[in-house]
Design a protein around this ligand. Structure first.
Ligand code: BEZ
Length: 213
């Protein structure tokens, strides 16, 4: 088991997946990544989650995000279950599912929480940036399906910070005003934020979202 924290390098691994064997870092390339675990194949909540992820492919593509799922089931199980996901969720699974039968990746990413379940992975999510740094970690219990709109919202926020030097306030949604990060000086603001800004307090400077018209 290892402890992974925000800002750490995402541990690399090789794995068997439904789309062939991968070296995780090579597979990510220069893209952003989401690595998420689910407890088990042929379970109801997981079936809906993986169907949702398949349907969101164009949203992930738009943001240069590659997505990989993981459970400790084997490849044959994954491939059989994919047929059920496609049928019941009206989609085609279009991302790799890691077959982590030996729990190598699960242990590396601390996805098994023994006091919840000592054999199965919980619903962990890791968002990884193009420098392979961990940018977000969330963990949900087996009984709660994740909100993938929230993951898109976080990706949008992370990319605004990475590319436009803004952070996003409480309950922010795409299109809402952003806050200028503290490392930007007042002198830099006119060139970086030509749409203007409002100084609510010296430490709270608000600007329209920079990457939309
Ligand atoms: C599910 O995916 O439905 C599930 C898996 C493990 C425990 C509870 C629910």
């Amino acid at each position: 088991m290892s402890t992974i924290r925000l800002g750490d390098e995402a541990p690399n691994f090789t794995a068997i997946t439904t789309e062939g064997n991968i070296n995780f870092h090579e597979w990510l390339g220069n893209d952003w990544g989401i690595l998420f675990s689910h407890p088990a194949d042929y379970t109801p909540v997981c079936t809906t989650e993986l169907g949702t992820v398949a349907k969101y492919k164009s949203e992930f593509d738009k943001r240069n995000v590659k997505v990989a799922a993981l459970s400790v089931d084997g490849l044959e199980s994954h491939n059989g279950w994919i047929k059920d996901i496609n049928q019941t969720q009206n989609t085609e699974v279009n991302f790799p599912i890691i077959a982590d039968e030996d729990k190598k990746v699960a242990m590396l990413y601390d996805m098994i929480h023994p006091n919840a379940d000592n054999k199965l992975t919980v619903r962990s999510v890791f968002i990884i940036d193009p420098n392979k740094k961990i940018k977000l970690i969330i963990v949900y219990p087996a009984s709660t399906g994740r909100n993938f709109d929230e993951l898109l919202r976080v990706i949008d926020s992370l990319q605004l910070t990475a590319y436009h030097k803004v952070a996003t306030p409480s309950n922010w949604n795409n299109g809402d005003d952003c806050v200028i990060v503290p490392s930007v000086s007042n002198e830099e603001i006119p060139s970086l934020f030509p749409k203007g800004h409002t100084e609510v307090k010296p430490y709270l400077r608000v600007t329209p979202q920079p990457n939309i018209n």
